[in-house]
Design a protein around this ligand. Structure first.
Ligand code: NAX
Ligand code: ADP
Ligand code: K
Length: 500
């Protein structure tokens, strides 16, 4: 897991690295600028491209000046530097980089308050005006300059973070922020990159290593972490030589109506493909032929819930395509009253919980709920920002002893100890009906196999997203029909646990 740290903690990590590596502050800036330039050169390989570097007068501006000089040394010949003097305060590293810039052939100009903003002819803009030192929303001349730059509609590449964007505080609806096509950020993604509010301002972001002290960062106090593949390798066990189907548990999928049988099929198929020893689907009788022809491995209990022997199952997934009629409600209520194993609740099961607090209060501890944002707000009340959703997730996971999986581009998992796990795998190609049903089946299957609920949720979300990325990488397709995900997750699991 990688800790996500705040802007303040990043400054502390800078200072710690400077003191303990040790490295001079100016040399750390040089290292950061070099790391930026390495990535920039992949993005903009043609050395005749005209590039305008807009710099502030703090350390982000200092980076910009160093980047201009380093690009010049890499034989980029069409560089101009514009220093936006929003304040007369400068940092020593900015000053030193200005001295170094003056020794090159690069032209620079200084724009002050009230001066006319020069027209921009460059193809690429480098945004080095403000970085993580932002301490209030943009206003006055600097806001005007940023609006002018946005008006140019050029290819913008930001240093560390777009000018005007807070790293970890709420992004205001009216905030003036320099829109970027790519952000090349230092050491760690900023929290806001992982929340949808940043999306109007960032098309793509990447992180480059600038050699800040990792040991220090990993010991920072933070309740937010990024899931890494190494974590999943730690979680997922190799299938034992002498194992048999009974070793891997029995999953019951309670899903589907005649018109939404697909949801039940996708969920059951995912359970089957991610290793549950046995999978049974409780479905409407009209779906039997579909189930038997698509998934002969999966057993069925059609219609009659009195045939469910609750103690036969290790995990239950309930909700996909289930509807909210009286039968569905009865099924949910029976499950919560009779089943003693692990439960994943999704889709209509969540909607029924939103309508009935008493039912909600019956959720056994360590249950997993997998809402998308609308289901989340139905469950916990309307939210006006993702920051407030993060707080609610932490509170509710703690109070109710639940694992909450809030699905999105970067799915977030809250566990009862108050931690938030951010998953970076996944692709917008998965933004299509049925992807969530697959995820529910994966998590239930992992639960049936005996993984603890937080691990099942974390591994399930990671594997599901990684499978989507693999399909896109291999097949180059724009959208992934959800029925393609299950077998790919199976392959991803194999590649992750394979040790030879
Ligand atoms: N040693 C270090 O600290 C390193 C810093 N680095 C760079 O330094 C950046 C942070 O630099 P700074 O802390 O100097 O801050 P910035 O360069 O982001 O901002 C400069 C100053 O602008 C002022 N300011 C803040 N909000 C403003 C607003 N809304 N309107 C007008 N002025 C405002 C503040 O006084 C702030 O200190 C990082 O984003 C990164 O690019 C990198 O060079 C890596 C090493
Ligand atoms: N833009 C996106 N990027 C990455 N993953 C996405 C994106 N949109 C959706 N997904 C993933 O696809 C799944 C969609 O689930 P959900 O909204 O419940 O859909 P459904 O109920 O139709 O299956 C979630 O796991 C979500 O994380
Ligand atoms: K910037």
């Amino acid at each position: 897991m990688k800790k996500i740290i705040s802007a303040t903690q990043t400054r502390e990590a800078d200072a710690y690295t400077i003191a303990h590596e040790p490295i001079a502050s100016i040399d750390l800036m040089e290292r950061a600028s070099k790391a930026f330039v390495q990535r920039f050169m992949i993005e903009v390989p043609h050395k005749h491209t005209s590039i305008a570097v807009y710099c502030g007068t703090g350390n982000n501006g200092g980076d910009g000046l160093a980047v201009a000089r380093l690009l010049n040394a890499e034989k980029y010949r069409n560089i101009s530097v514009i220093i936006l003097q929003h304040s007369f305060k400068t940092t020593p590293d900015f000053e030193e980089n200005l001295r170094r810039l003056k020794k090159t052939s690069i032209q620079y100009e200084i724009i002050q308050d009230g001066m006319e903003f020069p027209p921009n002819q460059a193809e690429v803009i480098i945004d080095a005006i403000l970085g993580s030192g932002l301490n209030k929303p943009l206003e006055g001349s600097i806001a005007l300059w940023v609006e002018q730059l946005n008006g140019f509609e050029k290819n913008v590449i930001a240093v560390d973070i777009p000018t005007g964007m807070f790293a970890d505080q709420l992004i205001d609806k009216d905030a003036v922020i320099l829109k970027s096509d790519l952000v090349i950020s230092f050491q760690r993604p900023k929290l806001n990159f992982l929340l949808p509010e940043s999306s109007p301002f960032i098309k793509q972001w990447e992180v480059v290593d600038i050699g800040l002290d990792e040991h220090f960062i990993q010991h920072c106090v933070s309740d937010k972490v990024i899931i890494e593949e190494a974590d999943i390798k730690e979680i997922i066990r190799v299938r034992d030589n002498f194992s048999y189907k009974g070793t891997y548990g029995h999953t019951l999928i309670i899903a589907g109506q005649p018109e939404t049988m697909g949801a039940a099929l996708l969920c059951a198929e995912a359970s089957l493909n991610t290793g549950s020893g046995l999978t049974t689907a409780f479905i409407p009788a009209s779906g039997l032929t579909a189930l038997n022809s698509r998934l002969p491995e999966v057993m069925a209990i059609p219609d009659d819930h009195s045939k469910i022997d609750w103690k036969n199952y290790d995990a239950i997934a309930i909700g996909p395509g289930l509807g909210k009629n009286l039968t569905a409600k009865e099924l949910l209520s029976l499950t919560l009253q009779n089943f003693r194993g692990s439960i994943v609740l999704d889709a209509d099961a969540l909607n029924m919980l939103s309508d009935d607090q008493l039912l909600f209060n019956l959720l056994p501890e360590q249950s997993i709920i997998t809402p998308h944002v609308k289901e989340f707000d139905r469950l916990f009340g309307e939210h006006f920002s993702w920051h407030s959703r993060l707080i609610t997730m932490q509170e509710q996971a703690r109070e109710r002893d639940l694992i909450i999986v809030l699905k999105n581009r970067y799915t977030i998992i809250a566990t009862p100890n108050g931690s938030l796990y951010f998953n970076l795998t996944g692709t917008p190609a998965m933004a299509t009906g049925g992807s969530g049903d697959v995820l529910t089946g994966v998590i239930a299957s992992l639960l049936a196999q005996g993984y603890f609920a937080p691990q099942a949720a974390i591994a399930g979300v990671y594997l599901h997203g990684k499978a989507g990325c693999e399909i896109v990488r291999r097949m180059g397709i724009n959208v992934i029909p959800a029925s393609q995900l299950a077998t790919e997750i199976n392959k991803v699991m194999y590649s992750i646990v394979k040790h030879d």
